[in-house]
Design a protein around this ligand. Sequence first.
Ligand SMILES: *Cc1c(COP(=O)(O)O)cnc(C)c1O
Length: 379
Amino acid sequence: MEKLMMTPGPTEVSDRVRRAMSAPIVNPDLDDQFFLFYKALTEKVQNLLQTKNQVLIINGEGILGLEAACASLIEKGDRVLCLSNGIFGEGFADFVRLYGGEVVIFNEDYKIPFSLDSLRDFLAKDSAFKLATIVHCETPSGLVNPIETLCPVLKEFGIITVVDAVSSIGGYVIKPDEWGIDVLLGGSQKCLSAPPGLSFMSISDQAWRVMESRKQPVVGYYANLTLWKHWFANKYFPYTQPVSDLYGFNAAVDIVLEEGIEQFALRHKAIAEKVRRTLKTAGFEIFPDEKAASNTVTAFVIPDGIDDGQFRKYLWEKCGVMIAGSWGQLAGRVWRIGHMGENCREEKVYRTFVAMDKALREFGYKTHRTLASIYAELG
Ligand SMILES: *Cc1c(COP(=O)(O)O)cnc(C)c1O
């Protein structure tokens, strides 16, 4: 049985990306061609991110980008505003504390996106923050925050904006330069459908100035972004680059750019809407406020009486399809289908629903119509 991994990261990896990873290894520190390849790759990522800001690709899974941004920007005692309405929002605050930042939380319910008005009211009373952290798509709950309106307001108050868009880049066209995003963070294993292992980011001039005018040195080496600032001019990487991962990532970025970033995002939106309509028609409850549901992942409430772990084990082992549960306060409460990147294909979503129909029957859950038939009818 061919297996299908419909999780919100890692996502399915195409043959083209896997083939690219099998190309011969070069010496990344000594081969001029490799520096040129790397430079061209950062330019493609600038294109993907619609930005003139410098792009870095660093060698660790998405979390490294979040941690590196905190390590490089924050000095002991800096006040940081953490917008938190989900598990990654809360986690961001932990990183800020780890690097000596004084955290102020601006929070909202897990189901509700941040509103511009309440952020404005909050900032009118207190805006003395060096930076703010925001999560674009809260992957564990399937919620998207309106960064296109929140970031410009934070910038009005002179606050550096750091946005975790790990699970949304590609599923949305994000415009850091227009929206005032100083540091935009992505990962290889979500919508781009490269294997896990790389973080990428764009960094504004203002954010660079903050990093380069620190009074205290950055704590740590691997997470120190300032080491990367002049890598191309100096033909110097802070450490040996994972050549194969970068070849795979390069092919993954090409795939998105060839389709076109607008078209790629539109396809995500269309499939996301169909997934939610299907689930709702079959009687499932979508978890977040639906106006804020993500183009890339759908979280929906697990029906009463079905054991989360047993159901997903059956679905994977007997039907060959993996969906995700969640964790933290959402553990055992929601299931998630990741319809991003290579997973965002009609036939894969259809196969997921066929498998879920079988598993739901096995677990005694009755829907008046099958998910697969509802999905197929939406055309
Ligand atoms: C996937 C993801 C990350 C990276 O973290 P892992 O859980 O280790 O994969 C960071 N932020 C968000 C919003 C993510 O979805």
